[in-house]
Design a protein. Structure first.
Length: 301
């Protein structure tokens, strides 16, 4: 517990000492009564914040999922005591007079899975003469998974083999599948699509337009490293790839390293992928040994 007296305490003490000195000099009884009132006021103003902070108890309810950089609402219940609850993780503060249930909104700055939250209780009631603070670690009923923001890639970042000419993920690698048509070569077309036999026959560069195979799987390997911001950037890029794959309607696997080891999961929604990336930790992640018809994209620093 930390105690921080306000300036008003010193002013009242100085006033009490001055009146006490005057009463000793003049012998006025009413000054003694005023000194007693001021001392009692100081005693109450100093004691009640300490008692309030010691007796205060909190319960915090958090949502199951949140995203870095986006507002998240917590429900805080104060069973007793007039307090201000300060949550450092969310850089948020709310005033509660117990027993009461209130909400506080904040923005989590980084990803992770939080089973407990640190709450700083601040109390200066009733006169504001002393500010008493105490740190509490509150156990959440459900863990709060703070996922990274899905980042839109400014380049293809290893997805060349899974993107069509419009930049969308298709159901097969760009150099495999059934030839649907031949078109003239245009600058930017990959050379691996050139149909050399037809080119030799017609004399012009012709490019294959393929119908990709239907059995395609995207494997995103998220290998975190560096500091918190670098880790969030890698996780955000991985989540962006997962979201694109899910929107394209293909099966997506997400490989990460968690506290329990390597996690290889088939994700069914962005929320599921966000939870996996929220729990991801720094460390090397093994690559698939048998690629087959899978498109493997490694997201790393």
């Amino acid at each position: 517990m930390k105690l921080r007296p306000k300036r008003a305490v010193w002013l009242l003490l100085a006033l009490a000492l001055a009146m006490y000195g005057a009463s000793r000099t003049t012998g006025a009884g009413w000054l003694v009564i005023l000194v007693a009132v001021v001392v009692a006021l100081i005693a109450v103003g100093v004691a009640l914040p300490v008692v309030g902070v010691r007796r205060a108890s909190l319960a915090v309810a958090a949502p199951r999922d949140a995203t870095t950089g986006r507002p998240c609402t917590l429900t805080i219940e104060s069973e007793r005591g007039a307090i201000v609850a300060d949550i450092p993780l969310f850089d948020s503060r709310t005033g509660l007079v117990g027993p009461v249930c209130g909400t506080v909104s904040g923005v989590p700055p980084y990803r992770g899975v939080f089973e407990r939250l640190q709450v700083t209780i601040v109390c200066s009631a009733p006169f504001g003469l002393l500010e008493a603070t105490r740190d509490l670690v509150v156990q959440l009923a459900n863990p709060l998974s703070v996922a990274p923001q899905a980042l839109v890639l400014g380049h293809r970042d290893g997805l060349d083999d899974a993107l069509d000419q419009d930049g969308n993920i298709v159901r097969g690698r760009a150099d495999e599948g059934t030839v649907a048509a031949l078109t003239e070569y245009h600058p930017g077309d990959p050379l691996r699509r050139v149909h050399w036999a037809a080119t030799a026959k017609h004399g012009d560069l012709l490019v294959k337009q393929l119908e990709p195979p239907v059995s395609q799987r995207l494997v995103v390997v998220a290998e975190l490293s560096g500091g918190p911001y670098e880790q969030d950037d890698i996780a955000g890029r991985a989540l962006g790839l997962v979201v694109r794959g899910l929107r394209a309607g293909i099966a997506v696997d997400l490989w990460t390293r968690s506290l329990q080891g390597i996690d290889r999961s088939t994700v069914d929604s962005p929320i599921h992928a966000g939870r996996l990336l929220a729990a991801a930790v720094v460390g090397r992640v093994a690559r698939p040994s048998d690629v087959g018809d899978m498109t493997v994209v490694v997201v790393e620093a």
